[in-house]
Design a protein around this ligand. Structure first.
Ligand SMILES: [Zn+2]
Length: 450
């Protein structure tokens, strides 16, 4: 049995930094202290077992035993077996890290969240347990709309503070890239504010944040009975927000309780004129043909997909769209209709996993837990699950510089006190992440506050 990881790799966290800003102390501690190497320096990470997830490594998980990684600045310069390390790379490094046989994986990527919002929906959770359905709650003005009201009422610093606390939990479990959707503002002013908070998170915490405009999430009360007028407004806001640099992608919720395919098409057409990629909440509660529509626009991903048809699967395969599966929402809503995993496999549609973190249908703050749920509920294999939160999640965000460990990729990786990558899917409620490295820099642990 391998037990080398017990010789723990010692983190080099620095002392807390003082700051007069209410959020600044924490931010400085995360960004400024405890970094493992000077930016631009070269470091050696050795005596580890690396799940590269490279297709070229002919082992499950692209596994390399007794591996060495050479990091140069923010990127990987070399990854391979220690004995194969070229001599010219062995010297000239400013730092060397002995990982004691620990497991290394790419940094995890949570490619679908709604992380910026006010309030919680714990009371609706209680109502559902008393018999109310998600759709019935939404029709009665609850659901997304109650979070919209709480988000609009929240002070910006409180939105940021609560989102930071949630993000820190994900970061400590190895998440190094995070997608955040708007969609709880539902006015130009409030959608902008949520996207700005998402951008601010990336300034304060050491991880990449990708923003997605989800104006077509729900109908705000001021547009009651006027869904087409609201879509006109969303189409008008999008160029403004895009020109302000706040939008990396565009999403919509295509469902009976949200927007029709025709309405989604109008939003996507504006996205296309702006050169923005699209994604879609599709086929979660019924088959609306949303995935096929999104595929027409070359969607990065279609997400949820419990009711996805065979035609929808084919359309996604043709467009190269990623299927983002969200077992947290499936579990929390006690759904029983499974996404068509066998058909997705058969047609070669890459599968990603995400938390879908949101206060209504998936208050999940553990991407690791999604690995286990994907295996137990959807019958993914542990290797499929790990690829789903790395390689395929990167693709769902249109990012080609991360998600596997190979020369030229970003040096985003996690060191785990585990023997084998299948344990990432096996354990429940056990975070064995020892060290998170983002762009070549080891991130010190920071306390979770709220
Ligand atoms: Zn969602």
């Amino acid at each position: 049995m391998r037990c080398g990881w017990r010789r723990q790799y010692e983190r080099r966290a620095g002392p807390p930094q003082a700051s007069s800003h209410p959020l600044g102390g924490q931010a400085q501690r995360a960004v400024g202290a405890g970094m493992s190497a000077a930016p631009g320096g070269r470091s050696l990470w050795q005596n580890c077992r690396v799940a590269t997830l490279q297709a070229g490594v002919n082992q499950p998980y692209g596994l390399i035993d007794d591996a060495t990684m050479v990091v140069d600045g923010a990127h990987l310069l070399w990854v391979g077996a220690r004995h194969a390390l070229p001599e010219e790379l062995a010297g000239g490094t400013s730092q060397s890290h002995d990982l004691g046989g620990a497991l290394v994986t790419p940094g995890l990527i949570d490619c679908h969240t709604h992380l910026v919002y006010g309030g919680t929906r714990a009371s609706e959770f209680e109502q559902r347990l008393q018999g109310a359905s998600y759709e019935a709650i939404a029709k009665a003005g609850g659901g997304i709309r109650s979070t919209v009201a709480a988000t609009r009422a929240a002070r910006t610093d409180m939105l940021l503070r609560s989102a930071m606390a949630r993000t820190q939990g994900l970061l400590q479990e190895g998440v190094t890239t995070l997608e955040i959707k708007s969609g709880y503002g539902l006015s130009l002013e409030h959608e902008r504010r949520c996207l700005q908070v998402a951008r601010a998170l990336a300034q304060r915490l050491p991880l990449t944040v990708r923003t997605t405009f989800l104006g077509a999430h729900a109908l705000p009360p001021e547009f009651e009975g006027r869904a087409d007028d609201y879509i006109d407004a969303v189409c008008a806001w999008l160029p403004t927000l895009a020109h302000e640099g706040l939008v990396d992608a565009v999403d919509a919720f295509c469902e009976r309780i949200a927007f029709s395919p025709a309405q989604v098409r109008r939003v996507f057409e504006v996205a296309r004129t702006l050169g923005l990629p699209v994604k879609l909440h599709a086929e979660q509660l019924s088959d609306q043909g949303g995935a096929a529509l999104a595929a027409e626009f070359g969607a990065l991903s279609c997400d949820h997909l419990e009711y996805l048809s065979e035609d929808g699967v084919r359309a996604m395969a043709g467009a190269g769209s990623v299927a983002v599966l969200l077992p947290g929402a499936f579990y929390f809503l006690r759904e029983t209709k499974l996404p068509p995993i066998a058909a997705l496999r058969q047609h070669g549609v890459p599968m990603a996993l995400a938390t879908d973190h949101n206060p209504g249908s998936s208050p999940v703050l553990s991407l690791l837990l999604m690995l286990n749920m994907a295996c137990t509920l959807f019958r993914l294999t542990p290797e499929e699950a790990l690829r789903a939160v790395t390689v395929h999640a990167a693709r769902a965000l249109g990012l080609s510089d991360r998600g596997m460990l190979a020369a030229g990729q970003r040096a985003d990786f996690c060191v785990w006190a585990l023997d084998h990558p299948n344990e990432l899917s096996y354990w429940l409620g056990r975070n064995r992440c020892q060290t998170v490295v983002v762009a070549g820099q080891a991130v010190p642990p920071s306390p979770i506050t709220n």
